[in-house]
Design a protein around this ligand. Structure first.
Ligand SMILES: [Ca+2]
Length: 485
């Protein structure tokens, strides 16, 4: 072959190859986006580098934020495991669908089959769906992920401390501990292993990550939804050898570094498959830190209190979104958002229809796109307990209603042992300015009666629709029932 012919042929071949690559990328761009949610257990607002973490580093999360958008006023649906997850996956305030607190291994209930999860909604549109991690919306078969829209599931059905092993690693006997069977690791609908030692939990973060990466690799040619709810940093802590002893802080810091590694592995998988551009990749957490565990718990970043309280430290959580095709890089969004807004936002982006039953979440995709002129969410309801409305936020104001909570204002525990919490009570309503006083230290209710009036309007509407046990209203006009076995 003459050189000139060879060059011509090579040019034709090169053009053909790059055309076919371009076509593949075009196809991927024109299909609805992929969705990935990494959801961390008990990780506080202050536990990532960009939000002030010291004693460990989170380079992958910091990069994710610098290439995407970070929210500073984003809330989980409730400050506790099952309720928070119910809200995330259904777009409802969890008390609307009858889910409160945390479900336990002896419970005979779970998410009602009538509710629509993000996975079910996206499946209608042909998405592949996988969950790798902690479910906690009912461990009986009818409530497990495969019955709620997920094609694949590997993980624990509930929290990793719901088992008979003590902090010292020894098996516990007695009535209380009889309520906790060994910890089942489930694949699909079947238990494939029981975790019976503290060391058995060390593998969880890496296992879930590898399963999620494998799922992405197998489904990169069609739209998919990956839900990666890590069991860590909930106690008892576990970490793989690659991160053990790597942080200055200690065990909790090591766990955070492995979580950060997990985020990096997902990013790598999206890049390797050429799909990061059109993937909506979200990182957030289920509730604030478990502060009475001292050095085995996280940081609220200075916000008041932690997990299972309606103060900011309980429910204001990290939220990072990285979506190169839609979200401007390196931006910070200070507007209100809530985990219940994720479902309707995904519905908008995937062009699916919303669940048939009423939801509470709002489409916040314009915030994700960096539109400065919109404010889709005006207020947040702080429900906790069985169905208690402990406060509301509207704009920059938070009205804290009379209620009782278990405070962390006491000496914490250490090395896996918990400190005792103390009962505290708000006797009369308190008003805080979230801009001036995000730490909720200065009650200014006497200065702003007109604000109180405005916020009480939100309270009264919520009580009618969803109920409020603090004032004796067990159910609202719009509350639905939890699923019963
Ligand atoms: Ca939690």
């Amino acid at each position: 072959m003459k050189p000139i012919h060879f060059i011509a042929l090579a040019t034709v071949l090169f053009t053909l190859i790059s055309c076919s690559q371009k076509t593949k990328e075009e196809v991927k761009k024109n299909q609805p986006p992929n969705f990935v949610i990494v959801f961390i257990d008990d990780m506080g607002y202050g536990d990532i580098g960009t939000q002030g973490a010291t004693g460990w580093t989170t380079p992958n999360l910091d990069k994710m934020a610098s290439e995407g958008m970070r929210f500073t006023n984003f809330y989980s649906a409730q400050p506790v495991c099952s309720a928070s997850r119910a809200g995330l996956l259904t777009g409802c305030y969890p008390n609307r669908i009858g889910i409160s607190g945390a479900l336990f291994p002896r419970d005979e209930k779970g998410i009602n089959p009538n509710e629509t999860t993000i996975a079910e909604m996206l499946k209608e549109k042909g998405y592949a769906t996988g969950i790798f991690g902690k479910w906690h919306l009912g461990h009986h078969k009818e409530f497990l992920p495969l019955q709620h829209g997920f094609d694949e599931y590997v993980g624990l059905p509930y929290s990793n401390d719901m088992w008979p092993i003590g902090v010292d690693g020894k098996r516990r006997e007695g009535e209380r501990w009889d309520n906790y069977p060994d910890l089942p690791l489930i694949e699909g609908n079947e238990t494939v292993e029981y975790i019976t030692t503290l060391a058995g939990q060390d593998k969880l973060t890496t296992l879930y990550t590898e399963k999620a990466v494998d799922f992405i690799n197998r489904n990169s040619d069609k739209p998919f939804f990956v839900y990666l709810p890590h069991s860590m940093g909930h106690i008892p802590l576990g970490v793989s050898d690659k991160f053990r002893g790597k942080s200055e802080q200690g065990f909790y810091g090591d766990v955070m570094m492995e979580i950060d590694w997990s985020v990096g592995e997902i990013e790598k998988a999206l890049n390797a498959n050429g799909i990061s551009e059109n993937t909506v990749f979200i990182f957030t957490t289920d509730n604030g830190p478990w502060l009475n565990f001292g050095n085995h718990g996280g940081s609220s970043g200075g916000l008041r209190e932690g997990k299972t309280t309606s103060w900011e430290g309980g429910q204001r959580v990290p939220f990072i979104i990285n979506w190169p095709a839609g979200t401007p890089a390196g931006t910070i969004n200070n507007k209100l958002g809530c985990a219940i807004d994720i479902l309707p936002s995904f519905a908008k982006l995937a062009e699916t229809t919303l669940p048939k039953l009423e939801i509470d979440g709002l489409d916040i995709t314009e915030l994700w796109k960096g539109n400065p002129d919109v404010r889709p969410r005006e207020d947040i309801l702080f429900y906790y307990g069985k169905n208690n409305l402990n406060g509301v936020r509207k704009g920059n104001w938070k009205l804290v209603l009379p209620h009782t909570w278990r405070s962390y204002n006491t000496k914490p525990g250490k090395d896996g042992y918990s400190g005792k919490r103390i009962k505290m009570t708000v006797e009369t309503p308190e008003l805080y300015n979230m801009m001036r006083d995000p730490g909720e230290q200065y009650n200014v209710i006497e200065y702003y009666p007109e604000k109180v009036k405005e916020l009480m309007k939100v309270v009264n509407e919520a009580r009618v629709e969803l109920g409020d046990l603090n004032v004796g209203i067990e159910k609202g006009a719009g509350t639905r029932e939890i699923g019963i076995k």
